[in-house]
Design a protein around this ligand. Sequence first.
Ligand code: ZN
Length: 311
Amino acid sequence: MSLRPFAIAVLAFALMSPTSYAEGISTDRLAWNAPQAPFRIYGNTWYVGPHGLSSILVDTGHGLAVFDGDLPESAPLIEEHIRALGFHVRDVKWILNSHAHVDHAGGIRALQRASGAQVLSSVAGAHELELGGADPDDPLYGSVPYYTPVKHVRVVRNGETLHLGNAAITAHYTPGHTPGSTAWTWISCEGTRCLDVVYADSLTAVSAPTFRFSDHPLYLAGFRRSIAEVAVLPCDILLTPHPGASGFWERIERRNSAAGVAALIDASACRKYAAAAAAGLNAHLAGEHAGAAAARAAKPTVVYRRVAAPR
Ligand SMILES: [Zn+2]
């Protein structure tokens, strides 16, 4: 693919305003959950999500690993897609999470129930999953819908490589978008050709109206470290929780039309994704400073309603 659509797609995501993000979650659910036939991405890596939210299946040879359960209403679609590919839902042994917002974790509890799978996450991710997304330490706390809490989450350490069946899957903590954000990496092969696959988490700086990254210098420094770490991951095929954030559908279209697997591969994709995230974070911080100046000049006139916590 040319760099241009990728850069535009990534930057558009990185620059999403907090308002558009929070509103997006409540108004775009139908579009995110739009139908999408499942298909093989490369080797043992398959796409089983709806069109607007990634759910990635890795066939480990001894059980299936599924990354993300998407929205609560996505879970039945993901199950249907797994079956349509000839796999069995009961063979899903592991469910891994990018981050614990409703659009990537809302369907996990249902998938966990249907399969009996072990749910795996970072320390902070496990905490937020068990709170159903209602984590006061999350920059978006109070501005996104919550979901049925996920129980019995197994914590994966930063840098830990999980040997799931024949697959080796490594967790990379990338806190920022949420405290528990995690990138996952593994290698997929077709014949003797093996490629580095990265399921990088969202790196968008979004927050509830009351949260300012500039008020949390340690969190902000961690966010910048996360962006720097994603930039240097071994990265042949970049996948992201929102497929549009990494130009996924354009790459798939080119792969399917003529270019073949070469269209999926871009060794600089993680670096470009990180660069767009850094630009988005800087723009968000500039907005915070401008907002602070405006707030000094005028009293606030907007009242934000909190989202009710799950019972
Ligand atoms: Zn999110």
